[in-house]
Design a binder for this molecule. Structure first.
Ligand code: FAD
Length: 283
């Protein structure tokens, strides 16, 4: 499969990429790892006239401890996230998700910025960054702005990212719930995309569940925080029966995806199973 012809622009700074975005407008697309965009172009579902390659921008590749939060550059690859000791300690759900994405080739090329800009409902990170209560940093011709992750995923394949904006950084709070977080998934056996991915961040240091955030990937039209599970457990002592009744509420009242591989009914049941497993793992 061969894509439509396009112009190719390789950039080395964020400001250069933003100027090119402004110049070419909706005819241009950012190219990061290319592991979602290039297949889409080969299928001719995307036919950008210009590709702006940000893969060589070194200022987008970092993982820094800022005290209150971890700052992760948008160009950081899944492999770099998976192998970061800092992320493994402060936000283990994110390293566990990174380690389960696709295969080694995908993890070596694909970036966190690319996944979050693409906003595939089947991708792993969206449910994880919701559970970790991340902040998304974007830059455009009007400067920089931050978007709470709860406002970021706006619909199927849609985000709050403007057409002339570059996603530059993901901020993960370094709170005690995030330090006690995990990500479990029921993967499609060939691609490894999650049929169901469940991320949980929980502070239970005082003996009861004082802070709890549950995020799902792969289950609905967008990733979502599951307030039903959270409210059922918050403030309660963590025991088998409390976890069982809270996880039975997973995806309650939500439209759940159905496809040729997994029916709505089965996916909903698996959401409950994976919520229970993740909560049990952290308790
Ligand atoms: C075989 C295979 C298996 C996979 N398995 C999984 C899996 O198990 N789980 C999973 O989650 N994903 C999976 N993926 C997807 C993979 O994680 C991709 O890396 C990811 O979806 C996109 O990241 P990228 O850096 O390659 O982005 P690209 O493909 O380069 O870009 C994706 C989109 O985001 C835009 N974009 C990229 N970066 C930015 C930015 N900084 N600012 C603004 N816009 C930007 C692009 O314009 C494009 O529209 C798989 C992919 C393949 C090919």
């Amino acid at each position: 499969m061969i894509p439509e012809s396009f112009d190719y622009q390789r950039t080395s700074t964020v400001s250069e990429a933003i100027s090119l975005l402004q110049k070419h407008g909706e005819d241009a697309k950012i190219l990061a790892g290319g592991h979602s965009l290039v297949p889409t172009m080969k299928l001719r579902l995307a036919t950008p006239a210009t590709l702006i390659d940000i893969g060589g921008i070194s200022e987008l590749k970092y993982i820094n401890d800022k005290g209150d939060y971890l700052a992760i550059g948008a160009g950081t690859t899944h492999w770099e996230i998976e192998s970061s000791d800092l992320i493994a300690k402060k936000a283990p759900a994110l390293s566990q998700a990174a380690a389960q994405i696709g295969d080694v080739q995908v993890r070596n090329r694909g970036t966190i910025g690319g996944v979050l800009a693409h906003s595939d409902p089947q991708a792993d990170y969206p449910g994880v960054v919701l559970a970790l209560d991340a902040t998304i940093v974007v830059q455009g011709s009007r400067g920089e702005r931050t978007i709470a992750v709860s406002d970021y995923f706006t619909g199927l394949w849609e985000t709050a990212l403007g057409e002339d904006e570059l996603l530059t950084e993901v901020r993960i709070p370094t709170d005690s719930a995030n330090a006690n977080s995990c990500y479990l998934k029921f993967p499609q056996p060939a691609s490894r995309y999650p049929f169901v991915g469940c991320a949980v961040a929980m502070d239970s240091s005082a003996g009861s569940c004082s802070d709890l955030r549950v995020g799902f990937s792969g289950v609905g039209e967008t990733a979502f925080r599951d307030s039903g599970v959270e409210e059922a457990l918050r403030g309660n002592t963590l025991n088998e029966s409390a976890i069982a009744s809270a996880s039975a509420k997973a995806a309650e009242g939500r439209n759940v995806l159905s496809d040729v591989f997994v029916s709505e009914e089965y996916r909903r049941a698996m959401a409950q199973v994976y919520a229970k497993r993740a909560l049990t793992k952290l308790s």
